[in-house]
Write a protein that binds this ligand. Sequence first.
Ligand code: 13P
Length: 255
Amino acid sequence: MMKWVIGNWKMNGLGAALTEVEKIAEGAAAQRPEVVLMICPPATLVASMADKCAATAVSVGGQDCHAAESGAHTGDIAAEMLADAGAVAVILGHSERRTDHGETSQEVRAKTHAAWRAGLTPIVCVGETEAERDAGRAEAVVEEQLAASLPDTLPDQTREDLIVAYEPVWAIGTGRVPTDADISAMHLKVRQHLEARYGKVGSAVPILYGGSMKPENAGAIMAIAHVDGGLVGGASLKADSFLAIAAAAAMATNG
Ligand code: 13P
């Protein structure tokens, strides 16, 4: 059983932070091959981090891309540019992009196609707000986001070139996490959606949990059925905590 541990550095990290990724790469060498490790730094660090991580067990991803291949879009970055800089994946539709930039699920869907066009694996994020959960709408909201954010067909119907991350907005950066039962119920819903949408291949799409994942809770969360790993914010900024989460993931690969 594989697990994915993906760090989202968000808008954190200057050149000096590359020493952390060197430590992560050193620690990764001792990790089990069943654990996929990736860091998604700010765009300014993608190329230098990809250089540092070449020939290590750590890969590099972007945090967003534009849907177009090139053009008059000041400040934006094409999926092709991320791939050119050495990224292998890109986070799309993170709640901070949906909130800060008004990104819609339709835009996320277009960006997912862009990622595939450039040969990147899209990591598509969904998740409810606290008000939506309190109103009993968490599963409906996630279902709506999945329906609109994911393309109807995968580029290769025999291969799961897609990662989905369930990140309840109220758990991001707050130290609060849903109960195991709530994570379990939501991940099962996401799995059912993916299987209904993509058939057998949908069973193999990794579904990551994100939101205040720490070394202390990672093992228990990653042992839940249909939790195939974590999308880690704050705890990915330091090698020690990121590697501790990776070690918890390795334990969870034993089933
Ligand atoms: P935190 O781990 O800091 O809560 O962030 C989660 C997240 O948003 C990852 O994309």
